[in-house]
Design a protein around this ligand. Structure first.
Ligand code: PDD
Length: 285
């Protein structure tokens, strides 16, 4: 089934999905993005991702290229045209195409928008869940506005590549005081000895993950305590369980950190319960 992408007003075969060399996303990463997981043909947490997209655009003073309702329709159309049952839809909006100059264009420039979609076999993440993943920790070298979902992802790119080079699955980033900020493309969590979920408070240091937010709500409804605070690498290694969350992968157990197993080195009961409530909600909400 050939892939279809969307570029500035047109659905095009994926191979022809091209943007201009002076698109400010290409030259400056002057752009924001969102990524929706798709399960059973449904865009998961559709509205929450649109909310965050609007926030990211507002923080960078990039105009929305169209109304929220029009964007929502286009996203559904991407799922339909690509016949995605399970997978992800990517949306990126840049400040537009203008002669290269760091400052915002002074002429009125239309924002540029692209969307891509890809299928992901459910077995892929189910396998990661069953075995858990091994991570390393790396210094967080990114800019100070990680709350904005911008396409400035070089720090994240280097973090995951360091993990691959080390033979690990992923990397968690660590701030100057030794506290974990977040994963290369996920939020980081631990389970403390009392079974409470611990995850860093959402301020400018991390992306406030939609999966993170939804899980906080669901777990609280189930009577589980959530503690939003930073934790160190040491604490994570000694935790009862550790896991990470993101829209594309959902809930993934972390079973080894910097070569040290977390607890007995296999996914625990709390992460299993968290994944169940997350999936149940995604498929029924
Ligand atoms: N990444 N932190 C970072 C740095 C991320 O890139 C992501 C998501 C998250 C989790 O956010 P959410 O639950 O809203 O997906 C946290 C997406 C999946 C990506 O870049 O592919």
């Amino acid at each position: 089934m050939p892939r279809v992408s969307y570029v500035n007003g047109r659905f095009v075969p994926h191979g022809d999905a091209l943007v201009h060399v002076e698109d400010r996303a290409y030259q400056f990463s002057d752009s924001v993005y969102e990524l929706w997981g798709v399960m059973n043909g449904k865009l998961i947490d559709h509205e929450l991702h649109l909310d965050r997209l609007e926030r990211s655009l507002g923080e960078l003073r990039i105009e929305a290229p169209m109304s929220r309702a029009a964007l929502a329709l286009l996203l559904k159309e991407m799922v339909r045209r690509n016949r995605i049952k399970n997978g992800a839809v990517y949306l990126q909006i840049s400040r537009g195409v203008a002669p290269r100059d760091h400052a915002f264009p002074t002429e009125l420039v239309a924002p540029a928008i692209v969307m891509t979609a890809k299928p992901i076999a459910p077995a892929y993440y189910a396998g990661k869940f069953k075995d858990g993943i091994k991570i390393i920790t790396v210094p967080d070298i990114r800019w100070a506005r990680r709350d904005i979902k911008s396409t400035s992802l070089l720090g994240n790119v280097l973090a995951i590549q360091a993990a691959r080079d080390a033979g690990a699955d992923d990397a968690w980033q660590v701030d100057g005081e030794g506290f974990i900020t977040e994963g290369s493309r996920s939020n980081a969590w631990i389970v403390d000895k009392d079974g409470n979920l611990v995850t860093r408070r959402a301020d400018n240091d991390i992306l406030n993950g939609i999966t993170r937010r939804v899980i906080i709500g669901l777990a609280e409804d189930e009577g589980r305590k959530i503690i939003e605070r930073a934790f160190t690498v040491d604490e994570a290694q000694g935790a009862r369980e550790a896991f990470q969350t993101s829209a594309s992968a959902g809930v993934i157990p972390v079973v080894e950190i910097d070569g040290r197993p977390v607890a007995n080195g296999s996914p625990g009961s709390v992460v299993t319960a968290v994944r169940e409530i997350y999936l149940k909600n995604a498929l029924t909400a």
